[in-house]
Design a binder for this molecule. Structure first.
Ligand code: MN
Length: 268
């Protein structure tokens, strides 16, 4: 049966026919096969990120974040920055908040916290993946890069850590992942060095160089792929340098990574 005919048959069956199956579809294998794809009672928005210089958008599958990937930040968080294996956590995909360059995006101060922190981070976006990827092969999986903020309810993160409970409430809340558009590797090259900075109300708060990362992007991909099968659409927040700190309502944060446009976020 042709595609058009099949659609016509389904249309004539209507929703009841598709959901109910039964006599109307008996003897028509191709209709039955198609009807097995269930419909949904409501729509859930897919998360996508604009791609600079393209009419396409990047579909986000998972958000991975690496913890304590700059030595001075590891020290300020109270841990030993020797080269232990990197550790990871995730944010839900819909934690993404898009921040178009040239705009100031309002970012709601989240509930439950009294110590809300910025973390400026380079984000790598994958076009493919796999398991047990060697560092030497890792960068070919990168589609592009973006400027991101790993916003953190530090008081809740610390409290949960102290109690040996999961971090989710401190890290994985609504809009906790502001991000600029994705720049394709063919336009920017890979990011192994270059300034990474965060300003609040015009004053520099975080300032470091990407080459200070303990685990570079290729190594992050390799290590992550030992624990998870990476796939196209995964994005990786690569960790923040030292001098994380709090923002309050009214503060304007500007995130900067050399060779990428700034992102500007106002806490409201
Ligand atoms: Mn972080």
């Amino acid at each position: 049966m042709s595609q058009t005919t099949r659609r016509d048959v389904l249309k004539s069956l209507g929703t009841a026919g598709v959901l109910g199956g039964g006599a109307a579809m008996a003897g028509c294998a191709s209709v039955t096969a198609q009807a097995q794809t269930p419909t949904t009672p409501f729509r859930v928005a897919a998360t996508t990120i604009p791609i600079v210089g393209s009419s396409q958008v990047f579909p986000v599958r998972r958000i991975y974040c690496i913890g304590r990937n700059y030595a001075a930040h590891a020290r300020e968080m109270g841990s030993d920055p020797t080269r232990e294996p990197p550790f990871f956590f995730q944010k839900p995909t819909d934690a993404i908040q898009l921040v178009p360059p040239g705009q100031t995006v309002d970012h709601p101060y989240p509930p439950l916290t009294k110590n809300y922190h910025y973390e400026i981070e380079l984000v790598a976006a994958l076009q493919s993946g796999g398991r047990n990827i060697a560092p030497a092969d890792a960068l070919k999986h990168v589609f592009g890069y973006a400027v991101g903020l790993d916003m953190t309810r530090r008081d809740l993160q610390r409290a949960m850590g102290d109690e040996k409970k999961p971090w989710e409430i401190g890290k994985s809340f609504d809009k906790s992942a502001p991000i600029g558009p994705i720049h394709r590797v063919e336009d920017t090259g890979h990011f192994t060095r270059g300034k990474i900075e965060l300003y609040v109300n015009g004053k520099v708060k975080q300032s470091a160089d990407l080459q200070q990362m303990i685990w570079n992007v290729a190594e992050q991909i390799s290590k992550l792929s030992e624990a998870f099968e990476l796939m196209a659409g995964d994005i990786i927040y690569s960790g923040t340098p030292e001098n994380v700190g709090p923002v309050v309502r009214g503060d304007v944060m500007v995130g900067k990574i050399e060779k990428l446009p700034d992102i500007t976020v106002k806490v409201v």
